[in-house]
Design a protein around this ligand. Structure first.
Ligand code: BT5
Length: 323
């Protein structure tokens, strides 16, 4: 942690209290003048810090900004989110995460931005990522799993996001196979998993998560108005993005550690419990064919099982799904 993060952590540990300059300088291992300079920097970052002679400093308001210091202060994880690279504006967080991973960024590194000018979905589709309204982030993980199992990480991520939404907002949330999070019949979050591997060895995965947090109806362009929603629209309350990310990191890590030790079974169960897809009549467009049938569940590897009109079960690894 750098000095700003240590100061923020100290404020968090004693919410609403004054902390003397002396105490902060001891906690940070720097002079009182250095503490004052860092407080000034926090103010420039949008923090309102009250300073009272003889009493010290007190944090009044933290901005809703996705800074590394904010996210890492009070983060209850071992690895996920313990390294945060935060930008104001990027084309897309995905290539930046690939770059960081190729240079050796640790597992759990998060790359995020307030605005993406060229956010991307699957198959080159665009992802609308306006400033300050969403969570646009890419997570680097380095699981020691064989290549064919990597799609399971998308399902695991969807479960982690769905559980986080439920815990943070209480909203009824569903997962549409393979990578969409829905509330009602509208998409609130999309997941894009990208892979870097050699022969059968996974070097790393970059999991892109795009979540509409505080968007209002007018933030969506016409083509998304009928199909997209945000947590704020659904709950009527603004979302605290920092605490959402912290909780997501914790839940993701818990799911991920369990998965690495005990396998896919629990993710499969939780995914099915949240599924929007299972039981529905679907039309699937795979690379090689079009298929119609009822989605009946996941197999033990996470592959979608679809039963056609003749009662035959088809296993679908990857496809676009229409309902
Ligand atoms: C996805 O693709 O849903 C994956 C989205 C991943 C976005 C994250 S943000 C952080 C990271 N950096 C990136 O550049 N990307 C990742 P797909 O299933 O292909 O869905 C794309 C479709 O969703 C588009 O064609 C639109 O119809 C719709 N869409 C676009 N923006 C949306 C939004 N903000 N909310 C809801 N739907 C949207």
């Amino acid at each position: 942690m750098n000095i700003k993060q240590v100061i923020l952590q100290a404020f968090r540990d004693q919410p609403g209290s004054f902390i003397s300059g002396e105490e902060l300088s001891q906690t940070c291992g720097c002079s009182r003048t250095a503490v004052w300079k860092h407080i000034e920097e926090l103010r420039r970052d949008g923090y309102e810090v009250e300073a009272v002679r003889k009493s010290g400093y007190r944090l009044l308001v933290a901005p809703d900004r996705l800074s590394a210091a904010e996210i890492m202060a009070g983060l209850a994880t071992d690895r996920i989110g313990q390294n945060v690279i935060a930008y104001d504006e990027v084309v897309s967080t995905q290539p930046l995460a690939h770059e960081a991973a190729a240079k050796g960024a640790v597992e759990g590194t998060l790359v995020l931005a307030e605005l993406q000018t060229g956010g991307k979905g699957r198959l080159g589709r665009p992802w609308h990522s306006p400033k300050g309204t969403g969570i646009w982030m890419s997570l680097i993980i380095r699981p020691a799993i064989p290549l064919p199992k990597t799609p399971q990480m998308t399902l695991l991520t969807a479960v982690a996001v769905a559980k986080t939404i439920r815990e943070e907002t209480g909203l009824p949330v569903k997962i549409k196979w393979p990578n969409d999070i829905f509330i009602g019949d509208k998409k609130v979050c999309g997941i894009l998993t990208e892979l870097n591997a050699e022969s059968d060895r996974v070097n790393y995965l970059v999991i892109g998560i795009g979540l509409n947090a505080n968007s209002v109806e007018t933030d969506f362009p016409a083509e998304l108005a009928q199909i997209a929603t945000s947590l704020r629209i659904e709950s009527g309350e603004p979302l605290k993005r920092v605490s959402f990310i912290q909780r997501l990191c914790r839940i993701f890590e818990e799911e991920y550690d369990h998965y690495l030790q005990a396998g896919f079974e629990r993710v499969k169960q939780e995914w099915e419990d949240h599924s929007y897809t299972i039981g529905k009549w679907v039309t699937l467009q795979t690379i090689s064919q079009q298929l119609e049938g009822r989605a009946v569940g996941l197999d033990e590897e996470g592959v979608l099982k679809v039963e056609d009109q003749a009662g035959q079960i088809h296993k679908v690894y990857s496809a676009d799904v229409n309902y």
